[in-house]
Design a protein around this ligand. Structure first.
Ligand code: HEM
Length: 123
């Protein structure tokens, strides 16, 4: 079966992630959460999204079980941070022009995952 990873292609996925962190770096709603140098974060995100989309298990091979929610617990992630993350990702995807069905599929899966990362709730 053809995987979403194959349909998107490695080249385009990696380009989207690089563009995404360029936007995040400039976004004062969330850039303070990151370590300053986005190189290593982008490298891990490439590994993770590769396996998330059905490609080789690059992330788990190096870091073990993803446990993404647990790995995000150190950071305050509320609705604002989630919206900022998704907005930057949507802009990055659109900068690289994915075919519309593939774009929708990817955004739906990333939205569900981003919602799962929320760990701060308003009253
Ligand atoms: C909802 C808003 C989100 C915020 C504010 C956020 C923020 C962060 C921060 C601050 C880091 C640490 C960066 C570092 O130390 O290098 C991180 C790591 C990471 N995030 Fe997120 N994130 C969000 C959602 C997501 C989503 C939806 C995914 C996956 C689809 C994701 C995947 C990752 C990965 C793979 C890492 C690297 C984990 C590791 O250190 O091994 N994040 N994120």
């Amino acid at each position: 079966m053809t995987t979403p990873y194959e349909l998107i292609t490695k080249e385009k996925l990696y380009a989207i992630i690089d563009t995404f962190y360029q936007y995040v770096e400039k976004d004062n709603r969330i850039n303070h959460l990151f370590p300053g140098d986005f190189k290593e974060t982008a490298r891990k995100q490439k590994q993770f999204l590769t396996q998330f989309l059905g490609g080789p298990t690059l992330y788990s091979d190096e870091h073990g079980h993803p446990m993404m929610r647990a790995r995000h617990m150190h950071f305050k992630i509320g609705q604002l941070e989630k919206e900022a993350w998704l907005e930057n990702m949507t802009k990055a995807i659109d900068a690289h022009q994915l075919e519309s069905e593939l774009r929708q599929y990817l955004l739906e899966r990333l939205t569900l995952t981003a919602e799962h990362m929320v760990n701060q709730y308003d009253e």
